[in-house]
Design a protein around this ligand. Structure first.
Ligand code: FE2
Length: 291
């Protein structure tokens, strides 16, 4: 794997504010190709709610919606595994209709939306709605689902491209198809579920990848990090910011879990600020406080 480290492309973990059981992680990224019109654009990242699992009922999903809206982001992205069981789609997708952002709410699919859980590689996927059914459910919730496709996001006379790449863990990703719909010379922000998308050689054409799926590993130890996470190079990719294969990626720990245990790995909603110029640090690294 090759690494590109551009001097003016830097990440600042600006502030972490723990709100009850959910931590808000604030990250500011300087991205060289970002048009000036998009400087300081904020993106709220929600992933892995796993609605319908033991600790994620309707009230928990509503709490995620409320706390995400409270961030006042310009854009909200939902990175998959919204439901724990695909059979729960009709019950929980309507709760997400409460998400509000001036420049829209976008989503990509996760492995659980495809009925693909941890043992599916051995026993096969369970029944799940078709992609067309998911499109309809997300549309009813006011969310634009992107499945291996791209959509321009305009501001003034400029624009960036949002790429929604389907889930790599279940083998449904097609980054090339999404890139084919975008203008190669323009800024591309890819939404995807598994961080393993970063192994796709074409990912170097993407300026920033936002991913989830790992839950941060859920059980983490000081100095050692996570015991396990369902991705390649999990100690490096389980959570946070990294550069790989010519792109930058931020991996959220997500705001739910499959197994009801988290140690040194709190639930997360992320607020990513896109910057085209280097500004002063927003706050001390990983400042944490209770509300
Ligand atoms: Fe997942």
């Amino acid at each position: 794997m090759t690494e590109r480290c551009t001097p003016d492309l830097c990440g600042q973990r600006a502030r972490s504010a723990s709100q009850g059981s959910i931590t808000v992680e604030r990250v500011a990224l300087v991205l060289p190709r970002l048009p000036a019109e998009f400087n300081a654009m904020t993106v709220a990242v929600v992933s892995d709610i796993h609605a319908g699992s033991r600790n994620s009922g309707r009230a928990s999903v509503a709490e995620v919606v409320e706390r995400t809206n409270a961030l006042g982001a310009d854009l909200i992205v939902v990175l998959g595994d919204v439901v724990h069981s695909a059979a729960n789609a009709n019950s929980y997708l309507p709760v997400l209709s409460g998400l509000e952002a001036n420049e829209g709410v976008y989503a990509c699919l996760g492995n659980h939306e495809h009925g693909f859980v941890w043992y599916s590689r051995y026993l096969g996927a369970s029944r799940a709605p078709s992609v067309d059914r998911w499109r309809a459910l997300y549309a009813e919730a006011g969310i634009q689902l992107l499945v291996n496709e791209a959509k321009p996001l305009p501001r003034g006379r400029s624009r960036i491209w949002l790429l929604g790449v389907d889930d790599a863990y279940s083998g449904n990703d097609d980054l090339a198809a999404a890139l084919a719909q975008a203008r190669a010379s323009e800024f591309c922000l890819a939404l995807t579920h598994s961080p393993d998308l970063v192994d796709d050689p074409q990912v170097r054409e993407v300026d920033l990848v936002l991913a989830g799926h790992t839950h941060g590993g859920q059980i983490c130890f000081p100095l050692m990090g996570p015991l396990f996470a369902p991705c390649r190079q999990f100690r490096r990719r389980a959570a946070g910011l990294l550069r790989a294969n010519g792109t930058t990626m931020y991996v959220t720990r997500g705001s739910g879990e499959a197994l009801p245990v988290r140690i040194n790995c709190p639930r997360e909603i992320s607020l990513v600020s896109l910057m085209c110029v280097q500004g002063p640090p927003l706050a001390r690294d990983r400042e944490r406080f209770r509300t």
